[in-house]
Design a protein around this ligand. Structure first.
Ligand SMILES: [Zn+2]
Length: 301
């Protein structure tokens, strides 16, 4: 080997850091809303793996081989928690038994709401759509930063400053959404699956029902009859479908009423994951809510 190629090899060695160099820990996040906050806190240090990507539903998901591999190599896993992502409990135990787990629903300070049943009762499980209250997002950003600072001391300052920036942006978002939703607060509406409890509670919205509890669960004739009666009584202005769910049953419910149809994407099925996802998701929900609910004078199909 010539002196020149030795020097070249040495240069390559210096320029390409090997695995022995200090690196950010391997981090995985369960669903897009969790992934977005982790990505924002890790910005500049690394990129978290997303376990449920694309249009995958957190309500029923089977991990693909690539997702199982991401889980298997994770040092830290952020998720909503076992009550919501039941599909993830077993893979976590078998593939990521040594990883640090951080569940959003287990953070002190998180505001948790009871699950609701189709007949208006409370379910035994708590509602897992915790991300739809920006105050909960702030609680989770703090937990993410604290966990990463411990797992990766070299980047501690970066995580702290990213978290502070993200929290400021979330506070601004919360105030902005509150201002935008204020004029339509009282306008009654129906959602497709019961995803919006946190948003309704935080911004005092007037949801009067939902078509199904989870997107995969079809409603029986009895529930459809009850919903029809509810529509007659509360006279909701809008019924919201979701990107991949709803149309047939919703058409039936709209029949002979003045209901307008809108679309909501509370789990971000149609949105691209990444550090701005959370803001895109929340603004998108409010855009679609206000667009349908504010046109109360126009009754169209
Ligand atoms: Zn849901």
């Amino acid at each position: 080997m010539t002196a020149r190629s030795w020097a070249f090899n040495l240069l390559i060695f210096i320029l390409i850091p090997g695995p022995s160099w200090a690196e950010a820990p391997r981090v995985a996040a369960s669903i897009k809303p969790v992934h977005a906050l982790v990505a924002a806190v890790m910005d500049g240090a690394g990129v978290p793996d997303l376990l449920v990507g694309g249009t995958g539903s957190p309500h029923s998901h089977a991990l693909r081989p690539s997702e199982a591999r991401a889980l298997g190599r994770a040092d830290v896993v952020f998720w909503i928690g076992p009550e919501f992502e039941t599909f993830l409990q077993k893979p976590l135990d078998s593939l990521a038994s040594k990883a640090v787990r951080v569940a959003w629903m287990e953070q002190s300070g998180a505001r948790l709401l009871p699950g609701r049943t189709i007949d208006g009762g409370k379910s035994s499980a708590r509602d897992g759509h915790v991300w739809l209250d920006p105050a909960n997002a702030i609680v989770m950003v703090r937990a993410i930063a604290q966990t990463l600072r411990r797992a990766d001391a070299a980047n501690a300052d970066l995580y702290a400053s990213n978290a502070a920036k993200t929290i400021l942006a979330l506070e601004k978002l919360d105030a902005d959404l509150e201002r935008r939703l204020a004029p339509v607060r009282a306008v009654p509406f129906i959602t497709f699956h019961d995803a919006l409890h946190y948003l309704e509670t935080r911004f005092h919205l007037n949801a009067v029902g939902f078509v199904v509890v989870t997107p995969e669960q079809m409603s029986g004739a009895k529930h459809v009859a009850a919903l029809t009666a509810e529509i007659a009584e509360h006279r909701p202005v809008c019924i919201f479908t979701e990107p991949s769910f709803g149309p047939d049953l919703v058409e039936t419910l709209m029949d002979g009423t003045h209901l307008k149809r809108g679309t909501l994407d509370p789990e971000g099925a149609a949105l691209r994951p990444g550090p701005t996802f959370y803001f895109d998701l929340m603004r998108g929900l409010v855009d679609n809510l206000t667009a349908c609910l504010s046109g109360t004078a126009v009754h169209e199909r």
